[in-house]
Design a protein around this ligand. Structure first.
Ligand SMILES: Cc1cc2nc3c(=O)[nH]c(=O)nc-3n(C[C@H](O)[C@H](O)[C@H](O)COP(=O)(O)O)c2cc1C
Length: 294
């Protein structure tokens, strides 16, 4: 759809270094996902050294270091956004990775731990000196978790202090909000998370004309079919429909009849069920389109 790159979910550096099968499975990707970066999380530079060596030969385009995850289980171990309170360790991790790979290294951060502990102005320079090629910033503090509005002025402050490109992130729920996030922060790039669920066309709108972000009914149906086919290659049948139902709900919203169809989608349990839902979805989207043209 036009996205420049995608990133894996976070993979434990310690898991890779102790050869955990579960961690290694997360490194699996499809050629059509390229260029793809791998995101590592952890708290010990030594684990990152080994993890960087392991992932470097697998076809990834870059290695991203997670210094933004707010989840308790992660920060309790000094990983994710806890690294924002421990700049020497974060710097050592960036150094460990960049000295053990020839791939570009990026760092994903938040704006700080809390409003009382924003990231220091020198942080972008430190990350750059240790070998980082770019920084992605989710415009929230760890204490915000996912609530409140994205803090654009805080992203802008990091952009202003950074010698390397900054990618803005947070709350890009549609193409217009996303374009405003770039404009108001002066960021070099944009990262879209939740806004792409059920709406991959956001990337088409961002890289082309904004109106390209709004798909035709037939396009919605064919992308869901494509997603289903790709998912069925990776996910065993006993999990497939459970995960598919969650994905369908992201697509079925914002038009008349959506709530009734969502209810039906929560019962999808076979390919036939899916075909019925997609048939109905296309009808409803066509009706909605006619209404907006009238
Ligand atoms: C279910 C879920 C899982 C996430 N997993 C990761 C992750 O593994 N690594 C990461 O850096 N951010 C992760 N994030 C955070 C997103 O990358 C992003 O920073 C955040 O959702 C804000 O951007 P958005 O409003 O565009 O979604 C996750 C977010 C959600 C909702």
């Amino acid at each position: 759809m036009g996205a420049t790159a995608v990133v894996t979910e976070m993979v434990a550096a310690a898991g890779l270094s102790r050869r955990s099968v579960k961690s290694h499975k997360l490194l699996c990707f499809h050629v059509e996902e390229e260029p793809i970066g791998v995101q590592l999380f952890g708290s010990r530079p030594k684990d990152f050294e080994e993890a960087a060596e392991i992932v470097s030969g697998l076809g990834f385009a870059f290695i991203d270091i997670n210094a933004g995850c707010p989840v308790k289980k992660v920060v309790r171990n000094g990983s994710g956004s806890a690294l924002l309170r421990n700049i020497p360790t974060l710097a050592a991790i960036v150094r460990a990775v960049s000295s053990h790979t020839s791939l570009p290294v990026t760092v994903k951060i938040r704006t700080g731990w809390s409003p009382a502990e924003p990231v220091p102005e020198c942080l972008p320079g430190i990350l750059a000196d240790e070998g980082a090629a770019a920084i992605a910033v989710h415009g929230r503090y760890r204490t915000d978790m996912f609530s409140g509005k994205v803090r654009k002025s805080e992203i802008e402050r990091i952009v202003r202090n950074s010698p390397i490109p900054v990618i803005a992130n947070g709350d890009s729920e549609n193409v217009f909000v996303a374009l405003d996030l770039i404009d108001s922060t002066g960021a070099a790039g944009l990262m879209v998370g939740r806004g792409a669920l059920g709406n991959p066309w956001i990337f088409r709108g961002l890289t082309g004309k904004p109106e390209d972000a709004f798909p035709l009914p037939g396009e919605v149906v064919s992308v869901i079919q494509q997603q289903y086919e790709m998912m069925s290659e990776y996910i065993p049948e006993n999990h497939l429909y459970h995960i598919l139902r969650g994905q369908l709900l992201h697509y079925i919203k914002g038009f008349r009849g959506a709530s009734e169809l969502r209810r039906k989608a929560t019962g999808v349990d076979s390919m036939e069920d899916l075909s019925d839902i997609l048939y109905e979805l296309e009808q409803l989207l066509n009706l909605e389109r006619q209404r907006s043209n009238d």
